[in-house]
Write a protein that binds this ligand. Structure first.
Ligand SMILES: Cc1cc2nc3c(=O)[nH]c(=O)nc-3n(C[C@H](O)[C@H](O)[C@H](O)COP(=O)(O)OP(=O)(O)OC[C@H]3O[C@@H](n4cnc5c(N)ncnc54)[C@H](O)[C@@H]3O)c2cc1C
Length: 461
């Protein structure tokens, strides 16, 4: 990778090399633009080093532990002798290392000037990196987000954020998870599979509150069956640590003790102290304010990824980055719509959603039409031993599909077709006419559309 700073003015200077920033840099270089990519830590950002990839590797180890634990159900003699966390971490770190190596190779071969250092926005056309000025005709802000702190609570093992949790070198005996959102339920699932007692504390009335209410209810049932203790509508009023044991005080007067407390209360955009406000970039609750073409209030300056209010997802960052590169190159790309972005929660069971929930559809359309298809009648799901459902939402009886929601083992991989259906505004009849391979879980998606089109095959709806 080049670390030279060209004296010339780049077409684009990207500040931050996470999902949004590096996607922008790579696409811009493909389009023949000159690009500087500034990063103070590691190329790949949160997703590669502290987020998506390490957590999904941990979840895979968790799935293997569950497979060993439940092997006799499938007639296989196996015994789970334990979870060797140093070995789990070696496997996880190997995955991250190989992907990081590949990404470094990609950026190095792309012609992008990679500049290692702490950057700061100076004005609409310059970024200062450790005292050096890097100029660009356009600047792309891509500094991402960081775990939200709980006021008055020190992050020191056994009290950690997700950043500490991905590095943990032991299986906790009792993990108390503060927050029942995506990150909280993923770690709850990991620790439970690894053999820990797990309690989730959530202030709202349900887990994964951004999801369809039926999905939240199904997850609560599945977690209950797995022995995960879920406390909803209760707030944390204090966290104290003594001799490696943390005590969590709750608003209902209860106290929970754990040898691990994970603070998973969401993430905040990283905009403070980076020169944004001084240069004239408008922010709102810390998020950079943009229009639908990701332009900030400062002419020539764009923002991408977690800095922009909306679902904090790596693939949204990629899409933002590609959009801005193409916009600068004059290709007039179609704006990225948050509504069409698939969202996945990789706990066991997995959750997939795209588009409107049933509740949102009923608020938006007068005659929204909904079908829920249980996985009980799906051959592959029976083979795997998973329950769950596929819920399909359409705007009205003859309207297109505006939402798909699924919960069950291994359903994440079904997100591809679900997002095509919603984003192409498919009619249930059109999806029903497509042949879904048997026996797959993908068939359940096809069958839900058969049901919505009024011709159910393996269901009574
Ligand atoms: C535990 C966890 C699990 C997750 N799992 C998933 C998942 O399964 N799927 C999914 O889609 N998303 C997941 N996410 C979210 C995903 O990681 C983020 O949405 C994504 O990383 C956002 O990309 P970004 O480019 O906006 O920011 P980031 O990836 O945070 O990148 C920002 C970069 O900017 C750099 N930077 C910041 N300030 C400066 C500065 N002043 N100078 C130079 N560089 C700077 C940072 O070092 C960082 O590398 C997860 C997140 C977490 C925390």
């Amino acid at each position: 990778m080049s670390s030279a700073v060209s004296p010339t003015t780049y077409d684009i200077v990207v500040l931050g090399a996470g999902s949004g920033g590096y996607a922008c840099a790579l696409r811009a270089a493909q389009l023949g633009l000159t690009v500087a990519l500034v990063e103070r830590s590691l190329l790949g950002g949160t997703c590669l080093h502290r987020g998506c990839i390490p957590t999904k590797a941990l979840l895979h180890s968790a799935e293997v532990a569950d497979a060993a634990r439940t092997a006799d159900r499938f007639g296989v003699r196996a015994e789970l002798l334990g979870v060797d966390m140093p070995a789990v971490n070696r496997y996880k770190d190997g995955v991250v290392r190989r992907l990081h190596h590949g990404l470094r190779g990609l950026v190095g071969a792309s012609g992008v000037d990679y500049i290692a250092g702490q950057g700061r926005l100076v004005d609409a056309s310059s970024v200062e990196v450790d005292g050096r000025t890097v100029r660009g005709r356009h600047v792309v802000l891509a500094t991402g987000s960081a775990p939200r702190h709980l006021p008055g609570v020190n992050l020191k093992d056994p009290v950690v954020s997700s950043e500490g949790a991905v590095l943990l070198d032991r299986v906790p005996t009792h993990a108390v998870i503060l927050g029942g959102g995506v990150i909280g339920v993923e770690f709850a699932s990991i620790y439970r599979s690894f053999g820990a007692e797990v309690t989730i504390v959530e202030a709202l009335d349900r887990l994964v509150a951004a999801e369809d209410t039926a999905v939240s209810a199904a997850l609560a049932r599945a977690f209950g069956a797995r022995g995960i203790d879920v406390r909803t509508e209760v707030r944390v009023v204090g966290v104290h640590e003594k001799d490696g044991v943390a005590t969590v005080e709750l608003s209902d007067g209860d106290r929970l003790e754990g040898d691990l407390v994970l603070v998973a209360l969401g993430r905040d955009p990283l905009t403070a102290g980076l020169g944004y406000a001084e240069a004239g970039v408008e922010t709102d609750h810390g998020f950079v304010v943009t229009d639908d073409r990701l332009r900030t209030s400062l002419d020539g300056v764009f923002a991408v990824g977690d800095l922009v209010s909306g679902p904090a997802l790596a693939h949204r960052g990629f899409a933002h980055g590609i959009f801005v590169a193409e916009e600068v190159a004059g290709l007039a790309p179609v704006p990225v719509r948050d509504q069409g972005i698939p969202r996945i929660t990789y706990c066991a069971p997995e959750i997939v959603s795209v588009g409107f929930t049933e509740e949102q559809a009923r608020q938006t359309y007068e005659a929204a039409d909904v079908r829920e298809l249980s996985l009980a009648g799906n051959g592959k799901s029976q083979i795997l031993g998973t329950s769950g459902f596929v819920k399909v939402v359409r705007s009205h009886r003859d309207g297109p599909v505006v939402g798909v929601h699924m919960i069950g083992a291994r359903l994440a991989e079904q997100s591809g077709e679900a997002q095509l259906i919603v984003n192409w505004e498919a009619l249930p009849d059109e999806v029903a006419a497509l042949v879904h391979a048997h026996p797959t879980q993908n068939e359940a998606l096809g069958e839900a559309h058969l049901a919505l089109a009024g011709k159910p095959l393996h269901s009574h709806t």
